[in-house]
Design a protein around this ligand. Sequence first.
Ligand SMILES: [Fe+2]
Length: 399
Amino acid sequence: MWHFYCQNILYGEDALNFLEKIKGKKCFIVADKVIEELGLLKILTDKLDKFEKEYQIFTEVVPEPHEDDVLKGKEQCNKYKPELIIALGGGSVIDTAKAIWAMYEYPEYTINNIDPLSDEMYDFANKAKLIAIPTTSGTGSEVTWATVISRLQNNVWRKMSMSHMVLVPTFAILDPVFTMGMPPKLTVGTAFDSLAHSLEAYISMWKNEFSNAMGLKAIELVFKYLPIAYKDGGNKEARDHLHQAATMAGLSFGNSQAHLAHALGHSSSSIFHIHHGQSVGLYLPYIIQFCLNAPGENNESIILYSELAKKLGWANWDDDAKKAAFSVVSKLKELQNSVDFKSNLKDLGVSIEDFDNNLETLVSLFFQDPSGVMAPRIPNKKEITRLYQCAFEGKDVDF
Ligand SMILES: [Fe+2]
């Protein structure tokens, strides 16, 4: 038996109007200062005013949310006692809201109590529903059951991925009005996060037909619409489809698993402060090569990626499976070039000294990150060191 986790998804122009139909008057809004400055918060509060809902706003969320800020949000939320928690923002905001939601339902909880194996947590959402309104098109957090919160350990902000299936937001509202103003760099970075979610989930050990159906469509949409949105941020059709693609990719990896690019990407974000989408998107071609190069007969990643490439028209139906599978790597590199995506650490400005000084820590963080465990090929210490070196130099992975 397999359980495909999916709550309610409202999408397209004016999807925000669905707020009127959701029961509950008192709303606790989780956002950040940038969302407020961009005027996106006002779009939401204007609607809440129109629908005669009350609200209190918490905007203390920072990128890569820190545990202390989440606890501040918990305190404010528990005092206000809302019926609805509304997360308006990118992945950091939605992740923060999920953690606040858990600690509102269970006030005695700390972050550590959010445990995927907790039976107690199945008795959930008795006080509030969570509405996630993403303002970027990438993290998929609006439909996943994980929350990534950073904790300071040994002078490094270590990302902890806490999860439970009840943390899937009750409603995901995908209104493209919130993404129209995203700058090109963020548009590209978040789209590559979607691609990493779909492409990694496609070959993960937990892959399944439902997750791969979502992943395949998400990949198709990102390849079609990212170059358009990159050139013309005001293109509504492209924005709408990239927004849908991000959520499909979220359903894909939320019901399967992202793995190596995320484990490598998380470590690099922690050390070099690289944006999540840029970081995981950078590692994607390298880890795909690594998985396709797995020794032995019957490499399932080759079969799966060759079928994907043929379905997307990247390879001919009668092409050899290995050749077709490797076309995924060349197509990714083509897309990266077309939208000026930095494809190695050196081009991102990481110096050789900085890289060498941190290589051991990167490797250590990789092995502490649970994201990597569902990869179809698990690298050993020597291989992971070489993967980092290839990604630093921009060299193909031939092992
Ligand atoms: Fe991601």
